[in-house]
Design a binder for this molecule. Sequence first.
Ligand code: ADP
Ligand code: MG
Length: 212
Amino acid sequence: MGLDTAWARAWVSRSAEVVSEHKTELITLDREIGDGDHGENLDRGFTAVLAKLDDLPAEARPGDVLKLVATTLISTVGGASGPLYGTAYLKGAQAVADADSLDADAVVAFLTAARDGVVLRGKAEVGDKTMIDAWTPAVDAASAAAQSGAGGAEVLSVAAEAAERGAETTDALVARKGRASYLGERAIGHRDPGAVSTALLLRAAADTASAS
Ligand code: ADP
Ligand code: MG
């Protein structure tokens, strides 16, 4: 089967589900070190993407699905995370270009371009207590897995696992970007909401890939 358009559509549907399931958790995390809107923002965004998915033509490629996610998140999510996720999916879509399906190398190219897009836009580094603390370990682990011969679904699974561990590392950090940076040391002990949502989205990608 492979990571084709059916998979990309399934990833969007699963993303909308997990974001909705974890909405309250993301709101709570963002309330602790931000303004409490992250769960609401993302839920609104993925609900909007889901509504537009049926309008895509039958011949749409994975890159078209990812581009739809990008433009919809940019116009509906708002906050810091809207433009950041929008850029991630847009750069990721450009990286996969017009491929009919994604192999392991294309998955790595997608993740790398998405992460680089977030960095370009938000200027955060690993250790700043942002979504980059989930994205970068995911990219590194995915790249290593692809180099040792893993397939696309396995690469996504390894990436999701690394993003989850990366999100956990944000507990101990002081935030140096975004609203949480206003809190100084008081942010310690709280997990970054954007790192958690990144891990959820990558887990959704991996779960739908292993089922396809
Ligand atoms: P806002 O902070 O505007 O309310 P959200 O609550 O939707 O936006 O998103 C907050 C998340 O955005 C943070 O948890 C963090 O992961 C991410 N974030 C904020 N600023 C940056 C940045 N400069 N670079 C990377 N990620 C960032
Ligand atoms: Mg917020």
